[in-house]
Design a protein around this ligand. Structure first.
Ligand code: S3P
Length: 445
């Protein structure tokens, strides 16, 4: 576990052209959901391409502790024998989700519909993150939560509902984790559970539940929103899941290739789900050069090979309604913005303050430490791009994998090296990151 080991500093230096063909690991969101829904289904679920990062491994351990049989049968290949909807058993010890908000919050939802008690805990970063937003609707369903600290911080003891109630819930914040927790709790309730979101967030839970045989209806609601209704108490039947490459991980080598002169690389099989594609839209507007090759469907998701070439970019205005489709991509977009000409204003980033770290402050500090001019105005981040970054700083990553990877990508194109205080947390989401980047030609040491 990264939080129990020594910090692992890492430095990136200006590199020659990044070239080659690589596939980043499986999508983190889909990997968590495949394990959880597989654990609630009857029969043997087979997963291929599972992300074997620490966040997902912790979710797998939690599924085992709750009574499912979870086995690794090969590289990225896993077999799950589930317990059926409502069938989780009380775990013998606290469930430790490490660094993962997604794992913790989705499993809270899945446990809330079962008549058991479980303690949820995580590392120092996860213990700072708000859980009340999840516990409020779960209590409406009939679960009861007692938290150790104010504001619903971990550790939390959750008593699942004996007779879960179907609810209609309007999400106060755009959050796929919140939506997913409510839907997973609603599985065990009789009748229809509905979540209304004002801005559509990633739809992997809805798709996964349908894939396992649940009835889920999705209808538009307002200009950007959706209404998602799940028919409760479905017979979830085991399924085969193929996990596509994670676009949020692909974002790092993608932006590195844009900012390191002469680069030309291919990222294979990247998921093109429109609710995850905000970064690609924004980079296109900035003038980035990439093409989507061999577009195809794999395991129910559109995927493509992305060919990316270095080139010049210009600053743009990123509207707030785009945030849910690129919520994890702002640190790396901010790096691209530093290498663009002119200001980039990223609007409506309030949710970034409650990620693995305060990513709004962390991203600004990362750029400032490396000579890039940046401002935070209300919830907006403004990067004054000069087509280059001086570098020379050491970035505090605050247990945040995405800040660490973004900072290192900046170092590959900046004039002086960029260091990070701790690269250990990269293993939560991107297994083999350093090796993959080195294979493309990155100078990381
Ligand atoms: C995720 C949802 C997002 C994202 C996280 C993964 C998911 O969080 O930041 O990395 O898999 O549902 P929110 O839904 O809380 O914005």
């Amino acid at each position: 576990m990264p939080h129990s080991t020594e910090p692992q500093p890492l430095t990136a230096r200006r590199s020659g052209p990044l070239t080659g063909r690589v596939r980043v690991p499986g999508d983190k969101s889909i990997s968590h959901r495949a394990l959880i829904v597989g654990a609630l289904a009857v029969g043997e679920t087979r997963i291929t391409g599972l992300l074997e990062g620490e966040d997902v491994i912790n979710t797998g351990r939690a599924m085992r502790a709750l009574g499912a049989t979870v086995e690794r049968v090969g590289e990225g290949a896993w077999s799950i024998r589930g317990v059926g909807v409502g069938g989780f058993a009380g775990p013998a010890a606290a469930l430790d989700f490490g660094n993962s908000g997604t794992g913790c919050r989705l499993v809270m939802g899945a446990v809330a519909g079962c008549p058991i008690t479980a303690v949820f805990d995580g590392d120092a970063s996860l213990r700072k993150r708000p859980m009340r937003r999840i516990l409020d609707p779960l209590e409406k369903i009939g679960a009861r939560a007692t938290e150790a600290a104010e504001g619903g911080r971990l550790p939390v003891t959750l008593h699942g509902a004996r007779d879960p109630l179907p609810i209609e819930y309007e999400a106060p914040v755009p959050s796929a984790q919140l939506k997913s927790a409510v839907l997973l709790a609603g599985l065990a309730a009789p009748g229809a559970t509905t979540v209304i979101e004002k801005e559509a967030t990633r739809d992997h839970t809805e798709k996964m539940l349908k894939h396992f045989g649940a009835r889920v209806r999705v209808t538009p609601d307002g200009e950007h929103g959706r209404r998602i209704t799940l028919e409760g108490q479905p017979e979830l039947e085991a399924a085969t899941v193929v996990v596509p490459a994670d676009p949020s991980s692909a974002a790092f080598p993608l932006v590195a290739a844009l900012i390191v002169p002469g680069s030309d690389l291919i990222l294979e099989g990247v998921m093109m789900n429109p609710l995850r594609s905000g970064l690609l839209i924004t980079l296109k507007e900035m003038g980035a050069q990439f093409e989507q090759l061999s577009e195809r469907n794999e395991g129910g998701e559109d995927v493509a090979d992305l060919r990316v070439r270095a080139g010049t970019m210009k600053g743009v205005d990123v509207p707030p309604e785009r945030a849910p489709s690129m919520i994890d991509e702002y640190p790396i977009l901010a790096v691209a913005a530093a290498f663009a000409e002119g200001p980039t204003r990223m609007r409506g980033l309030k949710e970034l303050r409650v990620k693995e770290s305060d990513r709004l402050e962390g991203t600004a500090a990362m750029l400032r430490a490396n000579g890039v001019e940046v401002e935070i105005v209300d919830d907006d981040l403004i990067v004054h791009g000069k087509g280059r970054a001086p570098g020379g700083g050491v970035v505090a990553t605050h247990m945040d994998h995405r800040l660490a990877m973004a900072a290192l990508m900046m170092g590959l194109g900046s004039e002086q090296p960029v260091g990070v205080d701790d690269a250990a947390f990269i293993a939560t989401s991107f297994t083999g990151f350093t090796e993959l980047m080195r294979r493309l030609g990155a100078d990381l040491l």
